[in-house]
Design a protein around this ligand. Structure first.
Ligand code: FAD
Length: 415
């Protein structure tokens, strides 16, 4: 895109402000029942409807290239739009993983057809994507996956199981990392496939958590037939695709994705609950200890914002290596975790006994049950620390008994 044709950020901001006011529903009018885990299907339908509105209004995919349906604009345009969109209901659930992780990976690693079909489908609000990475035997050792695909003439036959896939029941396609060659070391025998979630042979089971959420799924693949063009990247080159996907995942989890629209998360969470309002609700807004806690949280978020900008600028300018995105991912998780604790300290007993609806103090207790999720989703913080120490700071690699060993000779499970 030529620089002459880029609309100045401030003009874009004003155009977005006007359009949002005329077209997007205001947050205060939002149907609160859409946050209820039991009402999940309606929530996803609403997400698609809102994304379609963005598309029809010419505001979908601000950072995606024009040839794939986006606007081809800069991060500054994206930030301006997100800031303007704060008072409105936005299709936040489509941001992660569909746009910020899956579409971003396809943009970097997919075929021309995949880019046109899948990125376009997501930006129009027609399709959702998910990640089929983790397996029941362990998500951290991603290169150790045992779900497999075997070639049979023109097609691939997929068998195995994945787990902890967020929102898979609502999705249309999953980026699925599988083993296609067992005779080479673990990183060399992997292939990434785009699997249609509703294909014959795919069984999805929703997992019910202690907080009532059924967002997570496990999937079973029984002789699922995939055409050759379902491969993303190269056959047996899946680790390169997965590495790019992890990069985008860390970037999204750290709050630095150029591909999201809107601020906040897809579903109501602890981070959406203003601390001042909570302190007021429990009658502690003048308590010096509470004011200190609110200040601590504010400071953490300011540091996080600066860290994200600095790391993203370093990555864009090539001054920092790709794995540096783990720094923002780690800091984000730590801030989230601390915020959860701070909320509990402020709410005290009301976290358990207080009203739950409309961000009432009782929701603090409910969110607390889910507090560790941010330290696991997007790869655990222990793994982020490993990445930072080994690939950013250059410290020695941790011992791995399966390094350079053909995967079919690696001992699996316990002897
Ligand atoms: C909110 C959320 C959303 C998620 N969404 C998805 C999704 O959409 N798709 C998907 O595929 N998965 C998803 N996951 C799964 C997630 O990626 C895994 O939970 C994560 O990678 C950890 O894997 P595991 O649970 O199998 O733990 P394990 O790998 O069994 O690890 C257990 C513990 O040991 C630690 N550990 C393991 N190996 C090491 C090591 N070498 N060094 C130091 N510590 C280590 C881990 O950090 C962890 O604390 C999601 C998880 C959450 C919580």
């Amino acid at each position: 895109m030529s620089t002459e044709s880029v609309q100045p950020v401030e003009d874009f901001r004003l155009r977005a402000r006007e359009w949002l006011a005329e077209n997007m529903p205001r947050l205060e009018d939002r149907d609160a029942s859409l946050d209820d885990p039991e009402n999940d299907d309606a929530s996803w339908a609403r997400t698609k409807e809102l994304q379609r509105k963005l598309w029809d209004g010419g505001f979908a995919g601000i950072g995606f290239p024009r040839e794939y349906g986006g606007l081809g604009l800069t991060r500054e345009h994206q930030r301006a739009f997100s800031a303007e969109s704060a008072p409105y209901e936005m299709p936040l659930r489509i941001n992660v993983p569909t746009l910020a992780i899956c579409a971003a990976t396809i943009l970097d690693m997919g075929s021309e057809q995949q880019k046109r079909d899948r990125i376009g489908g997501a930006l129009r609000g027609d399709e959702l994507m998910v990640q089929f990475l983790s397996e029941p035997r362990g998500g951290s050792d991603l290169a150790g996956v045992t779900t497999k695909a075997e070639r049979d003439g023109d097609v691939w036959i997929l068998n195995g199981a994945k787990i902890w896939s967020s929102g898979a029941y609502a999705a249309d396609y999953g980026l699925c990392l599988v083993r296609t060659d067992w005779s080479v070391p673990k990183h060399a025998g992997l292939t990434m496939f785009l699997v249609p979630v509703k294909a014959p042979g795919v069984t999805i089971r929703r997992i019910r958590q202690v907080n009532g959420s059924t967002e997570f799924c496990e999937e079973f693949f029984d002789d699922v037939m995939l055409p050759a063009d379902a491969v993303v990247g190269e056959v047996n080159g899946g680790w390169a695709v997965a590495s790019r996907q992890l990069y985008w995942e860390r970037t999204a989890m750290g709050g630095g994705s150029p591909y999201i629209s809107g601020v906040g998360r897809g579903i109501a969470s602890a981070a959406d609950q203003p601390l001042q309002a909570l302190a007021r609700a429990v009658g502690r807004v003048d308590d010096p200890k509470v004011r200190e806690l609110i200040g601590e949280s504010r400071a953490n978020h300011l540091v996080q914002d600066h860290l994200v900008r600095r790391v993203m600028a370093g990555l864009a300018g090539g001054h920092l290596p790709g794995p540096s995105a783990s720094m923002t991912r780690l800091f984000h998780a730590e801030t989230d975790w601390r915020d959860s604790d701070i909320r509990l300290e402020i709410a005290g007993g009301a976290a358990v006994t207080g009203p739950v609806g409309d961000h009432g103090p009782g929701q603090v207790g409910e969110f607390f049950l889910n507090r560790q999720a941010g330290s696991l989703g997007g790869g655990s913080t222990e793994m982020a620390r490993n990445v930072i120490s080994e690939r950013v700071l250059g410290m020695p690699r941790e011992y791995a008994a399966d390094r350079d060993v053909p995967f079919n000779q690696v001992e699996q499970g316990r002897a």
